[in-house]
Design a binder for this molecule. Sequence first.
Ligand SMILES: NC(=O)c1ccc[n+]([C@@H]2O[C@H](COP(=O)([O-])OP(=O)(O)OC[C@H]3O[C@@H](n4cnc5c(N)ncnc54)[C@H](O)[C@@H]3O)[C@@H](O)[C@H]2O)c1
Ligand SMILES: O=C(O)C(=O)C[C@]1(C(=O)O)C=C[C@H](O)C=C1
Length: 376
Amino acid sequence: MTGPREERAAPKRVTVIGTGLIGTSIALAVRKAGTEVLLIDRDPATVRLAAELGAGTPWTDELADLVVLAVPPPAVAVTLLDAQSRGLAAAYTDVAGVKGPPLAQAARLGCDLRSFVAGHPMGGGERSGPLAARPDLFVGRPWVLCPGAEADDTAVASVRAMVAACGATPVTMDAADHDDAMALVSHAPHVVASAMAARLAEAPPSTANIAGQGVRDVTRIAAGDPSLWQEILTANAGPVADVIEAVAHDLAGTATALRAPGGSPGPVADLLARGVTGHGRIPAKHGGPAARLTTVTVLVADRPGELAMVFQAAGVAGINIEDVSIEHLRGRPIGVLRLAVAPEAGPRLIAELRARGWSVPGPDTEPEETDAADTR
Ligand SMILES: NC(=O)c1ccc[n+]([C@@H]2O[C@H](COP(=O)([O-])OP(=O)(O)OC[C@H]3O[C@@H](n4cnc5c(N)ncnc54)[C@H](O)[C@@H]3O)[C@@H](O)[C@H]2O)c1
Ligand SMILES: O=C(O)C(=O)C[C@]1(C(=O)O)C=C[C@H](O)C=C1
């Protein structure tokens, strides 16, 4: 992402406090951009693990250009106060998924809000800790920044440079607007995923065992750390409750319609149609409009090198694979590989794969709207 000069020069030295999924991913990303990284966590074993993964070196007493607070929301303000009182850096930022309460607490505690720029990367995952970290976690993702009125331009520039080094796009917002938006695009979806996944907790194994990709997609985020999510939901309670109530209203109306004697298709059709419209509002990768891609499904044997050969076949045919997912058939050494490609490339890819002996079910491609950034 191009931007002002300062967005292209990453800070020379960054200290990451909280070397879990997000902190270690930031550390790995900025190290790739040439930044020296120092690591702090309340758990020394976590720091050692992050360092072994190449995220940086354990902090001893060095000063840095920027401190990144990658700790849970209730720990942000106290950790900021402690870091500022020790003068650890010239600028500070955090990554918490909710902005209002940590900012209010920082003000109450008397933190220096000139050197602090609150932030939130819109990339993450359902696994915690440094082992889940990846340097490309934020590539192409929005990274919300909520600088207060007091924030210094130099602190803002330093944080924007770090965001750019992570390959993300800074988006400036007011903290309250951020929290309202997160209720809809992150926090309520987590609750809805948990509510659906909770149904499975009561299901017999014979039912859970035949789960397909749909339920995996809908429930993936429900595997997230319950204590972290409890903190996030509590900190954004009102806006999240508003969205959940709206969802519950839609669900209740659908249940009533489904139970109506003789059926009442109108409300069900209305919800499904609004769902298609809402899904279409989610941008595809790189923040552009949702792209129409074609999915080519191919059956692959579970043996070394098989995937590489499929990708090579696509490469030889000059076809760019926009997205990929694989599902393993239970009890069979076969994977169902789904390759998302540009619609015009679909028939060529099918022909190429069939010519090389792979089984590509169906007469033609299976068109489907896909967000290429969604499979991880
Ligand atoms: N998980 C996501 O998808 C995601 C995405 C964006 C932002 N965030 C935000 O990132 C932050 C961290 O989440 P995570 O998923 O990396 O969690 P995590 O559990 O993987 O890592 C958090 C780390 O912080 C450490 N820690 C906690 N309190 C500390 C303290 N007072 N001082 C020093 N270290 C402390 C923990 O030991 C742990 O290693 C949270 O604020 C979360 O809202 C998470
Ligand atoms: O699990 C993912 O894929 C995420 O990106 C997680 C996700 C999200 O809701 O989009 C979760 C919490 C946020 O703080 C930021 C990102």
